[in-house]
Design a protein around this ligand. Sequence first.
Ligand code: NAD
Length: 480
Amino acid sequence: METIRHLIDGDEVDSRDGATFESVDPWTRQPWARVALGGAADAARAVTAARRAFDSGPWPRMGFAERGAILHRFADLIEAHTGELAMADTRDMGKPITDATTKDVPRTAQNYRFFADHARLAIAEALPMDTGHHAYTRYEPAGVAAAIAPCNFPLMLESWKVAPALAWGNTVVLKPAEDTPVSASIMARLAVEAGLPPGVLNVLHGFGPDSAGAALTADPRVDRITFTGESGTGRTIAAAAAANLTPVSLELGGKGANLVFDDAELAGAVDWSIRAIFTNAGQVCLAGSRLYVQRGVYEEFLARFVAAAEALVLGDPKDPATQLGPLASLTHYRKVRGYVDAVEAHGGKIATGGLVEDGSWRVRPTVVTDAPPDAPVRREEIFGPVVTVTPFDDEAEAVAGANDSPYGLNAMVFTENLSRAHRVAAALRAGTIWANCFFVRDLRAPFGGVGDSGVGREGGNFSREFFTEPKAVVMALRAR
Ligand code: NAD
């Protein structure tokens, strides 16, 4: 068994009361790591360390180039430890090792590099005023950031928060998801090795309610809360943040609509639609879980889509050939199972897929047709490999169907008609629209959701706005 402790003030420490919990490998269904279970006292200790590092340590006072050099060294170390980091996420949550190795870890390193360079090269506004004054903006670090992360892309999603927070001179307390604690601790050791001063990046393990997560969000010494996770959790965290008027950024759930028009390049549309829902066994906030297909290609698309879904390889996530592993935890498997079990009772049909009835936490790529608009499988975030396919007749009907959701994180449109692609992109109510592609991200672009999918945006200048206190300085230009 691995032993995972908190990293506070540069040291690996146990919880004050010695409490621990186990991280279970969802493939073997056996515990594989024993993890320090943080409570209020540990959260307070981590915030104290981050506070001291911010208030009197070198990090916020360093030049961008010096901070950037440390973050680049950190990225180098992440790349050098790709195998170990990837295996930690694979064992913690069942992510296929090929995805972890070729996508999650390299993107994590890229994120640290990007935000280090972005901060160094950022331009601040200067405003020559008609009144004989000159105004300019200073982007000053906000302070201590609490980053609370989900279980589906552990390292990578943590880096979307930690990298900009650090690059802009903040100190951080990161609380990884309880299902995926291990890679964060490995990463934290690498941060120390890269030269981050003590207290700049602290990793606190534990659960949410009545545990490390809730204690962090209630601490008035925290200046920013950045959260990615379920919409319900987001509501709880927003309420906790409101008590201290702490600015909060919420990246929440999704129910992505995926529109395939008659004129789409069909092979590409099938391929992207498969990736959009079955990557990471559907445990993706951006999953294209509601497919809408124009009637002229509906039958052909469905036949090809079902065949491609059936060809995906389910198996041991440690096997490089595996495309779908088990679901991240038993609790989550039971939730997904509940949706699959209820499909027919709500009027839907399973075209392919269903549960693997062997005691494992596996669900086959599952394609549901004929689900009515109000069926839970069509309305609620399942966060598993389950997609509904619905025919439509025209553009207006497709857009109305896509927008009929409390979520608004992302949507996809597949068409060869350029005007339609732009028209539909403008009409869809979501934070990101992908036309003839999926999951392509430029870190300068805004990322976030509308409605139940979140509050605020991450990426480039959007992350700068969140992790800094912009300050206006107005100078009088005297004649002498
Ligand atoms: P979750 O909400 O169960 O947990 C996320 C984190 O919040 C964990 O670290 C957990 O310990 C913590 N937490 C739970 N209750 C808390 C509380 N009361 N106070 C403080 N912290 C608390 O989410 P999950 O199951 O880990 O992740 C899946 C969800 O995340 C899905 O809804 C998915 O769509 C969403 N997600 C969104 C994005 C995005 O960018 N919008 C990205 C990935 C995942």
